[in-house]
Design a protein around this ligand. Structure first.
Ligand code: UT7
Length: 352
């Protein structure tokens, strides 16, 4: 029977580390000044979120989401020992695409130098923090049906350019960072139902769509963009908005339910899982999930302390971070649970 295997994994974060202590002094170009622009501090951010620092791209106009995706992809391809020219499908999850259209996957295809060579299928998916599990479900279905044989699954985000660097936007602004993660997936013959990608489940509840959103434009209106992009003080449409408490509660519920269903549907227990990798939105959310779902705390992997929330990238980025620390190894079985804007959520069990 054809089953989907993880062939390789890679991640990339930009070099600039932005510590909580810097945040109050940053202007909207990320330049540190002498005066406090945002009323926040390290104590509040760390206590409420578990974040100490995050990464930002250089603000030189030369780095886009596709560049972060490209670096993570190159590392995943090298890890898999797969040549870029072998990729026959790219699935890219992001909420911060380079442009409104075309999608970012085609830009990565071009930057990988395989566009004209392969003309491979390119999908952009829009499931925000849940994109990795949604993308894995697509990849798994494609591989099992024999549709594609070498899939590059990417989660990449450039948040730092669309945040509101002021007290008005502090609830959202302090949470997010830039980064990317990628995986290469392909088929292998196996009769072991526990090998490779064992389980994926994806869910959504559109009644939560406006509990966490970034509009930029409203296509039902003319003009469909109604703001002055040089006046960041007054414009609301260009920033993300969130009902933090509602998102927090739904995130806990969604990830608990998805994790418990993953075990129930596969007949596994936490003894069979090497690592639990939750989406990285808030350490307090993950602690609550671990408590409610009775997950052994020593099996939980987090990276939010160093990277903040990188939405579509958090799961591969976290796995790769801990692999580089020597904790995660090939053959480990991972249960990943995600929750994000939409609302969207889901879980997956796979062997690395
Ligand atoms: O990837 C999925 C998307 N995101 C999430 O899952 C995030 C979910 N939500 C959260 O993580 C939390 O709701 C937050 C971290 C965003 C906020 O934490 P909270 O404990 O729910 O705080 P709150 O919104 O109830 O605000 C408490 C106070 C307020 O002040 P007042 O009204 O009590 O005077 C806020 O204005 O904290 C204030 N506040 C801040 N203070 C300092 C909000 N943000 C900040 C800040 N620094 N950055």
């Amino acid at each position: 029977m054809i089953r989907t295997q993880v062939l390789g994994l890679g991640s990339y974060v930009p070099e600039r580390v932005v510590k909580n202590e810097e945040i109050p002094f940053l202007d909207d170009k990320h330049v540190r000044g002498d005066v406090v622009r945002t009323e926040t501090d390290d104590a509040w951010i760390y206590k409420r979120t578990g974040i100490r620092e995050r990464r930002y791209v250089p603000n030189d106009g030369n780095t886009a989401t596709s560049d972060l995706a490209l670096e993570a992809s190159k590392r995943a391809l090298a890890d898999a020992g797969v040549d870029a020219g072998e990729i026959d499908c790219i699935i890219l999850g992001t909420l911060s695409p380079d442009f409104h259209f075309p999608g970012t996957a085609v830009l990565v295809q071009k930057k990988l130098g395989i566009a004209e060579k392969t003309n491979c299928a390119c999908f952009d998916i829009r499931q925000q923090c849940s994109a990795f599990v949604y993308g894995l479900q697509m990849a798994d279905a494609f591989v099992r049906t024999g549709m594609y044989k070498r899939i590059l699954l990417i989660g990449a985000e450039l948040h730092s350019h669309s945040l509101d660097f002021s007290t008005r936007g502090r609830d959202v602004m302090v949470l997010f960072g830039d980064g990317a993660g990628a995986m290469v997936l392909g088929p292998s013959e196996s009769d072991d139902p526990r090998s490779g990608v064992m389980y994926t489940a994806a869910h959504a509840d559109g009644t939560g769509a406006l509990d966490l959103y970034l509009k930029i434009f409203e296509i039902n209106k003319l003009p469909y963009i109604d703001y002055n992009p040089t006046d960041r003080e007054t414009n609301q449409l260009m920033y993300p908005h969130m009902d933090g408490k509602r998102v927090f509660l739904h995130a806990v519920r969604g990830m608990v339910m998805a994790s418990q269903a993953a075990l129930a549907k596969t007949g596994l227990s936490w003894d069979d899982i090497t690592w639990f990798v939750p989406h990285q939105a808030n350490l307090r959310i993950n602690e609550k999930v671990v408590e409610v779902a009775k997950i052994p705390p020593e099996k939980v992997l987090n990276t939010i302390e160093w990277y903040g929330n990188t939405t579509a990238a958090t799961v591969p980025l976290t796995i790769d971070y801990w692999r580089q620390q020597g904790k995660v190894k090939r053959g480990d079985r991972i249960l990943a649970a995600v929750f994000g804007s939409g609302f969207t959520w889901g879980a997956s069990i796979f062997t690395l």
